[in-house]
Design a protein around this ligand. Structure first.
Ligand code: MRU
Length: 368
């Protein structure tokens, strides 16, 4: 992503070569503020308090969290403690565990005095791999947008192709490119007239504040809509394609993603709108099959539901209460869309059916 013409990742090593910098996503869309992470505790806080969020970026930050931990103490015990602290920050996105396992495996191969260097090297590789994977997802998914555009033009003389997305699975959810938004960037850059319906994504509004922010930076036409609007738009032929990201996909092809994704998939099915999910392979949890029964769903502070944060007329950032005093609120962060509602999975290796056979066809090393 370029911000004011400068290519920018969402996480990068600081100039001093040991600290790590991130964008504080809790301040977006109104303020672009970088934050320096200097310790394991800083990294754990950044993930837990959602300064960084989105499954791949959570994994990348956890990897650097292990590097910061190794800088302080590279003993087996210290690294195990660091692993457990980082793993406990958020329960649903499997990329967190994937990245921590990658780090522990890499560090287990070298003597203690070489672990710090090995940790920084592997964390940097994880970031570079994420960028390459997402770029490939973009190329693969852009073919779907191209096909939807040609079909919309033929069928109704459309002057644009409409893609609906939920939450933020863009550049800000990854190291660069995004997952669900990568195909949109690639299609837009290739000259396809793509327009994006952006679900606001209550309660934390990742669509309204983050997806809109980055589409705006990249110059992609988009419209922010209330979460409950998608079904109406689909009934009226105003959505050609849905593409969402995911925090965990099971070996059966069930998809766990931001709360509300399931309802969009139901509406898409009822209206014969293709519903695709974009994912990097570290988001596949090969150890679970039934997403509804087996994936832990994060429950967050009810204050995210009872209050909303935004910019006041005087430019200050304020939080306002939207519920009556005394009304309890529930705040489940994710839901599971069963594989039967998913038209296909867009991965770095290609597009496959949301099924055990589809996934194992693309990832044959998982057979047997
Ligand atoms: O709670 P968040 O903001 O970390 O959740 C992120 C999502 O659910 C994204 O929609 C999802 O696609 C995963 S990140 C590519």
């Amino acid at each position: 992503m370029k911000i004011n013409g400068t290519p920018t990742r969402t996480i990068w090593p600081a100039k001093d070569g040991w600290a790590v910098e991130i964008i504080d996503q809790t301040r977006l869309p109104h303020e672009l503020v970088n934050v320096r992470l200097e310790s394991l505790a800083d990294a754990a806080h950044a993930i837990k308090a959602m300064l960084v969020r989105g499954a791949p970026l959570i994994g990348a930050t956890a990897a650097y969290g292990m590097a910061l931990a190794a800088r302080a103490n590279s003993s087996d015990l210290a690294l195990t403690v660091a692993y457990n602290i980082l793993h406990a920050t958020r329960p649903t996105a499997i990329n967190l565990k994937w990245a921590l396992d990658q780090m522990i495996t890499a560090l287990g191969k070298v003597p203690e005095d070489q672990r710090m260097a090995a940790a920084y090297a592997r964390a940097a590789e994880i970031c570079d791999e994420d960028v390459a994977i997402n770029s490939a997802i973009g190329d693969n998914g852009a073919t779907l947008i191209q096909a939807a555009w040609e079909s919309a033009r033929r069928a109704r003389g459309a002057d644009r192709v409409n893609v609906l997305t939920h939450c933020n699975a863009g550049w800000l959810a990854t190291v660069d490119w995004g997952t669900a938004i990568a195909p949109i960037y690639k299609a837009h850059d290739a000259g396809i007239p793509v327009h994006v319906w952006v679900d606001e994504t209550r309660p934390r509004n990742q669509g309204a504040s983050l997806t809109a922010r980055e589409l705006n930076w990249h110059g992609v036409p988009h419209t922010v809509i209330a979460d409950n609007t998608g079904g109406h738009l689909m009934q009226h032929g105003m959505v050609d394609l849905c593409i969402v990201g995911t925090d965990r996909v099971t070996s059966n092809g069930d998809v766990c993603n931001k709360i509300g994704t399931y309802l969009k998939a139901l509406a898409a099915k009822d209206n014969a709108v293709p519903f695709y999910v974009a994912l990097p392979s570290p988001t596949i949890d090969w150890s679970v099959a039934d997403g509804i029964k087996e994936i832990p769903i994060e429950e967050r502070d009810a204050a995210e539901q009872t209050h909303m944060t935004g910019k006041a007329a005087d430019g200050s950032i304020v939080s306002v209460q939207v519920t009556p005093d005394g009304s309890p609120a529930g705040n489940w962060g994710f839901d599971v869309t069963p594989a039967r509602l998913v038209s296909g999975l867009i991965t770095e290796r290609g597009i496959c059916a949301a099924s055990p056979e589809g996934l194992r066809g693309l990832f044959p090393e998982r057979n047997g």
